[in-house]
Design a binder for this molecule. Structure first.
Ligand code: FES
Length: 113
């Protein structure tokens, strides 16, 4: 990864590629990142589960007790809040999250090392 991409928004998808409730897995530098759409909101979270590396982008979305959107890893069911990467059982921030925004029809993320 070049130094410029550490501080700039990186175009990773067309919004049409990520329907509501779904994700696209993208690779940016050393990171595999799951980019989710939840209604009008987008989230970018480490795409490899902190447990054993399961594919977070293939996880289902649901709501936590606090009304926050979380993803359930398809391999063994660990759940993470999309906005924070916090694991819902031990409440630790186990998954890194990344800034994400919609710019027109494009989805952009930032990966600051
Ligand atoms: S790899 Fe995700 S819960 Fe085990």
């Amino acid at each position: 990864m070049d130094s410029q991409s550490h501080t700039t928004w990186i175009d990773v998808a067309d919004a049409a590629e990520i329907p509501d409730g779904c994700a696209k897995e993208v690779v940016v530098g050393q990171w595999v990142i799951a980019v989710f759409c939840d209604g009008d909101d987008y989230y970018a979270i480490d795409g490899m589960c902190a447990h054993q590396g399961g594919p977070i982008a293939k996880g289902q979305l649901s709501k936590t007790d606090r009304g926050l959107t979380c993803v359930t890893c398809p391999w063994h069911g660990w759940q993470y809040e999309l906005a924070t990467g916090i694991q819902t059982v031990n409440h630790q921030p186990l998954q890194r999250v990344f800034p994400v925004r919609r710019s027109g029809d494009r989805i952009e993320i930032r990966v600051d090392e």
